[in-house]
Design a protein around this ligand. Sequence first.
Ligand code: PAF
Length: 283
Amino acid sequence: MKIFKSKTDLKKYLTEQKKNKKAIGFVPTMGALHRGHLSLIKKAVDKNDVTVVSIFVNPTQFDNKEDLDKYPKTLNEDIELLESVECNVLFVPTVEEIYDTNIVAEKFDFDGLEHQMEGKFRDGHFDGVGTIVKSLFEIVLPDVAYFGKKDFQQLQIIKKMTEKLALPIKIKGMPIFREKDGLAMSSRNARLLPEYRKAAPFIYKTLKKARNKTDSKNVNEIITWVKTKFEKHPLLELEYFIIAEETSLESVTSFESKKKYRAFIAVFAGDIRLIDNVQFKNN
Ligand code: PAF
């Protein structure tokens, strides 16, 4: 696997690959790789001639300094994992390489997608995500880029950005990878204290139970049911639970036929914020 720290060197290498008509697959990450990331990378390796993975903990998408400082960093293990799945290229830039001295996010208009859910609770988060993904896309110029559906809002926002900027990049959303007990895989899971790690599968269990209630309860009743479940939980604190239409991400109060819905949740397990989602109803 080739490792690049410089965007100029990476661009030069990829320009050569493109001249030779190689298809470029790209998986942007913040490192601390887990099996969820590896499933995206394996897909990219399988479907493209050259797979590029970036590892960059992007400061402008963190609204919480402590979360940024404590974000897990496991570069040596990540390199071993990337080699085990035959990734071709790793890009690990420094903050200066990406931002120079101006560590600020560009302002984006994602047609309102950025004001829902995570956008309400993490100020400026999607401007930061848009800034880094746009800049990585400009450096890598991939044919296809892969993103996990755990961050479903991020996936929709990146699709929107790609469409608005008319970038010739196909965006692929990949299924959520879960631990055996149902907890959605996330680099932040490694930071859960044991009692919170034990409690965390309650999130997905509750989402699944809520999904099973769509025939007997209306949207508001399901929301109330979920809120009550978390109010009674001794460790987990619910930040939001909403049911939204998949494309607009706008919350709904009833289901219409032929539309796709998803339930989205954010929960604090001690200091660690976990998010998850499930598809809800597909008539
Ligand atoms: O999902 C992530 O890990 C990050 O938000 C991303 C897409 C790599 C941008 O920093």
